[in-house]
Write a protein that binds this ligand. Structure first.
Ligand code: FES
Length: 203
């Protein structure tokens, strides 16, 4: 029987990833993607290197992927059952760095859910092995996974890597803050917080 956290068969694609974004404005030019049209993403300037995302339409279990500084960033609305599973011993004992001790995230996300608000994950969608983009798989007995099809690395839905995977570190978390309850600014720290993304161990 296949273990959920074991390197998978390469053909596994029984997951649902909902890539959604409506518009991005870069240098005054608006580009529209043919995804859901209810989320709004704005990148004010390249120099500022931040992206504002309105997540008010993001429903439980849905994920959008936006780009920040050339990196894919997953924004996932985690359902209650996923949040519960992130704290279960059965999962934690299988993770390489369950307490996020290694510098792969801002200090204000070094907690059990690796985020500011538990229900919303913000993760760099780049496998820490060789940089492939992992894919979201919801509904497994572990509450969901990110699966990197390149060499079989797996991460939980807080971006924590399982033991004995090719990927050595948890998925990075970018600096981010909430402008309003439903508007996230990727690329800026909350007031009074400092975090230099270039100091992260591995992207
Ligand atoms: S790039 Fe993800 S496992 Fe190799």
């Amino acid at each position: 029987m296949t273990d959920e956290a074991s390197p998978p068969p390469q053909t596994r694609r029984s997951f649902l990833t909902l890539l959604t974004a409506s518009s991005v404005t870069v240098g005054g030019i608006a580009v529209t993607w043919p995804f859901l049209n209810s989320l709004n993403v704005q990148n004010t300037t390249i120099e500022n290197s931040y992206v504002d995302v309105d997540i008010s339409s993001l429903k439980a279990g849905q994920q959008i992927t936006i780009t920040w500084q050339g990196h894919p960033v997953f924004i996932l609305n985690r359902p209650d059952e996923t949040l519960k599973s992130l704290q279960e011993t059965a999962l934690l004992t299988r993770l390489r760095d369950p307490d996020s001790k290694e510098l792969q995230q801002p200090p204000y996300t070094q907690n059990w859910h690796r985020s500011i608000h538990p229900e919303t994950a913000v993760l760099i969608g780049s496998c820490t092995h060789l940089g492939c983009v992992p894919t979201l798989k919801l509904g497994s007995k572990l509450g969901g996974l990110y699966n990197c099809a390149c060499h079989g690395s797996r991460f939980d839905l807080a971006g924590r890597v399982f033991k004995s995977m090719p990927a050595p570190y948890n998925l990075p978390i970018p600096p981010y803050m909430y402008l309003k309850h439903n508007i996230i600014r990727i690329g800026a720290n909350p007031k009074g917080q400092e975090f230099d993304f270039t100091k992260i161990i591995q992207i």
